[in-house]
Design a protein around this ligand. Structure first.
Ligand SMILES: CC(=O)SCCNC(=O)CCNC(=O)[C@H](O)C(C)(C)COP(=O)(O)OP(=O)(O)OC[C@H]1O[C@@H](n2cnc3c(N)ncnc32)[C@H](O)[C@@H]1OP(=O)(O)O
Length: 397
């Protein structure tokens, strides 16, 4: 790309970046009132712009931590707001933004970046891979009768929008995280607070009280089209344990004037259907890739997660960030660079797909995304990369 300048945007340029991004997604510019809230979601110094005679492309990020198998938090960046002006696409603007962002991340010591992709073909070429998945489903409220062995759960209480940010932030910080979940920084809660106050349907926030305080919460809206069913759409739902999960579901099933409960991009292994005497009260309606992951510092990322079973040498290829290319010995003792011959060869995008346990290496091999020196290696590799629960992010940004 030539005749372009790329730099960090000043605070007075952020609204133009927001307008550009929204236009790229075919959304109207944010009205003043919305922008007054949204601007607090922008972490200072983290929005990039590409210019010719005007701003033509933008991308931004926020500091976060990503939970990896074994439970360790890994320093990460949540990437969003990526857009290129429609009359300047396919001439390398995104490629330049990705380059500049990776450079910035390296300076900040960021180990991994994640994002929600608007389209599937965009980010693989930059080394991102699908690392978490979500499943959407609909619960028929009238058909959904809880089984007698579902725990009673605790008290559920409604709180108002003004209290939500503080109460939910404290609760989210305490609940246990599965792989793929991220810390929600202040800038994210600013975004959340703005989102709560948008939309035509009123938002309801319910918290679950466990033995040690609020240990779960659900945020939802109920909408009804003329003559259609009342649909309760869950926008955010987190819980620490079985009692909170059951307590929140008891509450959701008790909400009047609701025919269906719509769940969007929940964990693949969340057993909602098993709560009901008729498991078909919960019907899968869709789902797919949730977050895409880029391992920016492969040695640090490999060292941060837990490995189980027999040791193995993998060879990673990273044509974009060459310093990651090399061989690594993975074992219960950790991960280190090695000169030993490798048993598994894979690109950095495929490594991101296996890293949180969302894809087994043998499945990646079947699709030609990973190569085993010997077929027998598949079992060892699958065991090494396995995670306890299906990885899931559960935070939209
Ligand atoms: C995390 C988020 O914010 S997700 C939101 C992403 N933004 C959007 O979807 C908004 C609408 N789209 C856009 O703004 C732009 O089209 C972008 C950002 C997706 C791509 O920007 P561009 O400047 O056109 O990308 P760039 O020219 O650098 O493309 C690099 C390569 O990716 C390919 N590519 C880029 N976007 C797409 C796409 N949507 N579908 C298929 N291929 C694509 C290009 O063809 C090019 O391939 P090549 O190197 O083989 O020629």
């Amino acid at each position: 790309m030539t005749d372009h300048r790329t730099r960090v945007l000043r605070e007075d340029e952020l609204r133009a970046a927001s307008t550009l991004f929204r236009a790229a997604l075919h959304i109207k510019p944010a009205p003043d009132e919305e922008w007054d809230r949204t601007r607090h979601a922008y972490q200072p110094g983290r929005t990039l712009g590409v210019f010719d005679d005007a701003l033509i492309g933008t991308a931004r990020s926020t500091d976060s931590d990503l939970t990896v198998p074994g439970g360790a938090p890994v320093r990460s960046a949540a990437v969003t707001g990526v857009g290129v002006r429609a009359d300047r696409t396919r001439r390398g603007v995104l490629t330049e933004l990705m380059r500049a962002q990776f450079e910035d991340f390296a300076e900040r010591g960021v180990i991994a970046a994640n994002l929600w992709a608007s389209e599937g073909p965009i980010y693989g070429r930059f080394g991102y891979g699908v690392a978490t998945h979500g499943r959407s489903s609909t619960v028929n409220r009238r058909q959904a009768v809880l089984r007698p062995d579902v725990p009673p759960g605790g008290e559920v209480e409604l709180i108002d929008v003004d209290a939500a940010r503080t109460v939910l932030a404290e609760s989210y910080a305490r609940i246990s995280r599965r792989s793929g979940m991220m810390a929600r920084p202040d800038h994210w809660w600013n975004y959340f607070d703005g989102a709560l106050r948008r939309g035509d349907d009123p938002v309801t926030i319910a918290v679950h009280h466990g033995r040690h305080g609020v240990d779960g919460f659900v945020v939802y809206r109920v909408g009804r089209t003329a003559g259609g069913p009342g649909v309760l759409t869950v926008e955010d739902l987190h819980y620490d344990d079985t009692a909170a999960f059951a307590g929140i579901w008891r509450y959701l099933l008790s909400v009047d004037l609701v025919d269906e409960i719509s769940l969007v991009y929940r964990p693949l292994d969340e057993p909602v259907d098993l709560l009901f005497t008729d498991p078909r009260a919960c019907r899968v309606t869709g789902g797919g890739d949730e977050t895409w992951l880029r391992l920016l510092d492969v040695p640090a990322a490999l060292a941060a997660r837990r490995w189980a079973g027999e040791p193995l040498v993998i060879e990673v290829m990273d044509p974009v960030l060459e310093h990651n290319t090399g061989r690594y010995l993975l074992s219960q003792d950790g991960a280190v660079r090695t000169d030993e011959p490798s048993a598994v060869r894979l690109g950095v995008d495929a490594l991101a797909m296996a890293y949180l346990g969302g894809w087994r290496p043998s499945a990646l091999a079947r699709a030609g995304r990973l190569w085993f020196a010997q077929p027998a290696t598949a079992r060892v590799a699958d065991q090494l990369f396995a995670a306890h629960a299906a990885p899931w992010c559960g935070t939209f940004f």
